[in-house]
Design a protein around this ligand. Structure first.
Ligand code: MG
Length: 271
């Protein structure tokens, strides 16, 4: 049987074309432990959430009457930094990460609703986890990732609005770098038993630029890098921490509403 040269050439051409269009190795890991859902921590092969175009950026969202304003564009007094006052740059109504380290609220919070506005650096610099990285940590330990995820591939559980290292957002609702973005985060603190074991995990809902991207997700524990998160017992309240990851991310208009989740009990039924 004669060698079918043409099909071989065609196959080689197809292979060459296919290879030339293969994406570069996706950022992430293939040697990390597995999460309960079967994916690895920071799994390079985990599908990236679909992109959705959010509504255009708007004016700062006013705080309700019962909110505690954490940052109004004028003062960093509600925060503290490494061993003293918060030293992030205060400029044009925003506070900007400047390499002086993480900052955290002086006040402590448990169950709460948090509104955050942030903006990734423009022009962009770096890629993957090195572009516009910051974060919002409840109890100083449960991170909702802040990242410039606009046309910036990274591992799915590390992109904007991910429960870092645990759960990617349902969608990538990112705006362009330089534009203001909003997070509205509804956080239910974990409950621990007298023995220190977690009885009810923390639960979180995240709305990114008006789009729900985490809905009542259970956290596995305190945020970890390249490891499966686990809980360590803590009190009913803790600080809200903002991350200095070395990128000049801007924040404005932060406010929080502590939540009282227990409703009044009904009176005894009449007999
Ligand atoms: Mg981060």
């Amino acid at each position: 049987m004669p060698t079918p040269v043409l099909p071989i050439v065609a196959a080689l051409l197809t292979a060459a074309t296919a290879v030339s269009y293969l994406p570069q190795d996706p950022p992430g890991y293939r040697d990390t432990p597995r999460l309960p859902d079967g994916w690895r921590v920071h799994d390079a092969d985990r599908p990236r959430p679909p992109v959705v175009t959010p509504p255009p950026a708007g004016e700062p969202v006013p705080a309700p009457s019962d909110a505690i304003v954490l940052f109004d564009g004028k003062s960093l007094a509600a925060f503290r930094g490494n061993g003293g006052a918060a030293k992030w740059l205060l400029q044009d109504g925003a506070m900007i990460v400047n390499g002086t380290g993480d900052i955290e609220t002086v006040a402590e919070f448990g169950d709460c609703q948090l509104h955050v506005e942030w903006s990734a650096p423009s022009p962009t610099k770096g890629d993957s986890q090195g572009r516009g990285n910051s974060g919002v940590f409840f109890f100083g330990r449960y991170e909702i990732q802040v990242l410039d995820s606009f046309e910036n591939p990274t591992y799915a559980d590390g992109q904007a609005a991910a429960l870092y290292g645990q759960k990617p957002p349902l969608l990538n609702a990112s705006r362009k770098p330089g534009e203001w973005q909003t997070y509205d985060i509804y956080f239910r603190a974990p409950r621990f038993g007298a023995d220190g074991a977690v009885q009810q995990p923390a639960r979180v809902t995240v709305v990114h630029n008006g789009i729900v991207v985490q809905l009542d997700e259970a956290l596995l524990g305190a945020t970890a890098h390249r490891a499966v998160a686990k809980y360590d017992r803590h009190g009913d309240k803790g600080p809200i921490r903002l991350q200095d990851h070395g990128d000049p991310v801007r924040f404005r208009n932060l406010w929080v509403r502590p939540l009282q989740l227990e409703r009044p009990a009904a009176p005894p039924a009449a007999k």
